[in-house]
Design a protein around this ligand. Sequence first.
Ligand SMILES: *Cc1c(COP(=O)(O)O)cnc(C)c1O
Length: 401
Amino acid sequence: MENTTLISLAEKYGCPLYVYDAEKIISQYERLKNAFSGVKSLKINFATKALSNISILKLMKSLGTNLDCVSIQEVQLGLKAGFAPKEISYTPSGVSFEELEKAANLGVKINIDNLPMLEAFGTKFPEIPVCVRINPNITAGGNQKISIGHKKAKFGIPTNQISLVKDIEKNTGMRINGVHMHTGSDILEVAVFLEAAEVLFSAAKQFKNLDFIDFGGGFKVAYKKNDSATNVEEFGSIITKRFNNFCKDYGKDLSIIFEPGKFLVSESGNFLAKVNVIKETEFVTFAGIDAGFNHLIRPMYYGAYHHITNISNPNAKEKKYNVVGYICETDTFGEDRMINDIKAGDILSFQNAGAYAFTMASNYNSRFRPAEVMVYKGKDYLIRERETMEDILNKQIEVDL
Ligand SMILES: *Cc1c(COP(=O)(O)O)cnc(C)c1O
């Protein structure tokens, strides 16, 4: 998005502010769809947790995506946004049986990632088909916290327990209708993805009544100039061939499912924050902004990189800054960043703020969560109001002892 657009939005709605470019979301969706145009049945399930604003979900619905939900509340949001139950896949990790029951009663597609729940579910609802999540036992993903497919990860059923899954299928009379994996975020190497895919194919072979194979999400996007990203076109052409061959051997045209979160929305987002103060010390120049890890936690939580630019003064000479927040704990958004000369009152823009950004925001320090704006064809739409003191006090009960 143009700096001038962002500046005028910051003036109109105030800071801190999340701004999403709907056209970027649409073009990422089209890119992914085209990369898999060679398979008979492709489904793209948007990973709701990446950006769950209801207006974004409605945009997804209008594009034709389905939803991947990891909590019953995300399922309810998806239904509220207009998705049919059959368009929602519920892929939780370690939730209670009550929550699985609720999802079953809502009619959404169910994915189970452990044997006890699978058995309990098959016993109670033998008529509802279920997909199983497999742990592909490979190490992938950008870092430890987002690498979730390795052998000690809590996610999925280990491949050496597939015979037990088949026993449960037989004994309960349920049907396993899909196999699923999600190996982690920021997967770069097509080869690593393919290695995991082969594990899933050999798991799939062992089930006779599948409708689909779900390869999860985890496509990496660029975070800065010349940064690497998953080559989805190359990946698409290789996987398409392999998948079509698998279907031939299997004797049925299965659907192929992906669950991208970051790929669809990361680059669409900009987070805007105003600079409160410039503090110079002997060693460092700090730019202190009117936001903190309560608004954007990825740098502190994952060590994620968000490119920061000074959109108020994009042509000034660059200087070195540490960009820090106002939370009373270490709260560093960027260290030793070369940024165009910053003055108090300038507005900084953080890129790649579409995925896992607002959805991870909190009220820590009793701060309001930011407003969210969506821009489409030059028009801006407020899709979430900034919070107020009422939101902070909502549900609190005053007790005087
Ligand atoms: C989080 C998640 C995704 C999306 O991951 P991205 O890295 O954002 O693509 C997909 N599937 C499941 C089951 C997830 O939990």
